[in-house]
Write a protein that binds this ligand. Structure first.
Ligand SMILES: [Zn+2]
Length: 279
């Protein structure tokens, strides 16, 4: 599936659309007379593009939004979907309040073409939260939200749609690029990814990563193993068994640039030293 394919139905009235910017996946679940959207992209312009693209699927209103987590590319478009109810794990709200404004400035510096659009973004965190799991309803249909533990952030949501074999993994999994470790808890992430993978049915299961192609159980298992390998390598460095350069030689993301491979290990070491606090 590519960015030109439009909405792809991956389960009964469950869709994913892949946007070229950040190679990002946006999910939709259609109920009777209402729609649920998963993640809202980086700017109001990008969020409005989702709304416009939805018209090819349904004329029903979006009444529920789920932010898989509070990173800008997943939640800065929130305000465009109001008055919809916006769900997040309870850690999402303080994360966005704490980091939102600073993140606007960082991203504007890194991506100048977005600078003007980021200016107008009002940080609009979820108004509904949960701790470990909950069920939300959209047009008579249930959608399951779960928090499996810290990982990519301290508040990533995994979304299941009963009656389908679809699992939305947010950025706990990424396909085709190194998972982003900037706000991560790499040691916890190993267990969280190991708990996530079995939610994907071995036959016919579909898992949608935050970025890159959707895939099946084998992909989820493989990436969970890679994330566990990062944690294990970091533990060996931390224990004085091996040096960082030696660890990089057996790093689980060798196909990516060395700088990218180094970052997950460095973040894991930071966590092992007890220096990773709230982002
Ligand atoms: Zn993220």
């Amino acid at each position: 599936m590519g960015v030109t394919d439009g909405w792809v139905e991956i389960g009964d009235r469950v869709f994913v659309r892949r946007y070229a910017f950040y190679d990002q996946n946006i999910g939709v679940v259609l109920g009777r007379g209402e729609a649920l959207v998963i993640d809202t992209r980086s700017t109001y312009g990008q969020a409005r593009e989702i709304v416009a693209d939805l018209r090819s699927l349904t004329s029903d209103p979006v009444t529920v939004v789920v932010d898989t987590h509070g990173h800008f590319d997943h939640a800065f478009g929130n305000a465009i979907f109001r008055p919809a109810t916006i769900w997040g794990q309870e850690g999402c709200v303080p994360f966005m309040r704490r980091t939102g404004e600073a993140r606007k400035a960082t991203i504007a510096a890194e991506t100048p073409e977005l600078a003007g659009q980021l200016d107008e973004v009002v940080i609009d965190p979820p108004d509904q939260t949960f701790t470990t799991d909950t069920t939300v309803e959209v047009g008579g249909r249930e959608v399951g939200l779960r928090f499996l533990g810290r990982g990519h952030t301290d508040h990533d949501i995994v979304i299941t749609v009963p009656g389908t074999d679809v699992v939305f993994a947010g950025d706990l999994l990424e396909n085709g690029s190194v998972p982003f470790y900037g706000d991560a808890y790499p040691i916890d992430w190993a267990a969280t990814a190991a708990a996530l993978a079995p939610l994907v049915a071995p036959q016919g299961g579909v898992v949608v990563p935050g970025h890159g192609d959707h895939a099946g159980r084998a992909f989820a298992d493989a990436q969970a193993a890679s994330i566990a390998a990062v944690a294990a390598l970091a533990a060996r460095i931390h224990g004085g068994e091996i040096e960082l350069d030696e660890a990089l030689a057996t790093h689980p993301f060798p196909e990516h640039p060395p700088g990218d491979a180094r970052r997950p290990l460095q973040r894991a070491l930071t966590q092992l030293r007890g220096e990773v606090g709230p982002a």
